[in-house]
Design a binder for this molecule. Structure first.
Ligand code: ZN
Length: 155
């Protein structure tokens, strides 16, 4: 059965500079579509697995450390009020973290983002609002510069 994230990882050389933030040894960081949450990234494990418990200790530690490095880069670039980390996999069962920076002036700040994103499914205006107005290419470049500053490994 085809896995969309295995495809993304295998064909990452075809990603745009806007979408592809970083290739770590254990994961690939992508700038996500919902940039109302400025700096929102998805961190896809390079190895296909559905649960963290399926990774070897060293692969899991590597993946989690890379998630923290990406979190630091997002924090340095967009200064969120709070960062939300979500590892769900209900829709795409391949390990991927959603890192959602939250802002203090978001009226939904006390709830997970998924309520708002569910509204976006039904409402084109809400969809457009949640896609945000950031300069995506510039944001991606800022995250890359920050990851270089943090000496993030790449491969
Ligand atoms: Zn996969």
């Amino acid at each position: 059965m085809a896995c969309p994230f295995c495809d993304k990882v295998a064909n990452r050389d075809q990603l745009t500079a806007e979408e592809h933030v970083w290739t770590f040894p254990h994961s690939v960081a992508l700038l996500g579509p919902w940039q109302f949450y400025a700096g929102y990234c998805v961190l896809i494990a390079r190895q296909h697995a559905t649960e963290l418990s399926q990774l070897s200790d060293s692969a899991r530690q590597g993946y989690l450390n890379e998630m923290c490095l990406l979190a630091r880069a997002i924090e340095a670039v967009t200064h969120p009020h709070k960062l939300n980390y979500e590892l769900l996999g209900n829709q795409v069962p391949h390990l991927h973290w959603h890192l959602f920076p939250r802002s203090a002036d978001d009226p939904d700040r006390l709830r997970p983002v998924w309520f708002a994103l569910e509204r976006a499914d039904q409402d084109p205006a809400e969809r457009q609002r949640l896609q945000g107005r950031v300069a995506r290419l510039d944001l991606s470049a800022q995250l890359r510069r920050q990851l270089q500053t943090l000496n993030a490994a790449t491969s």
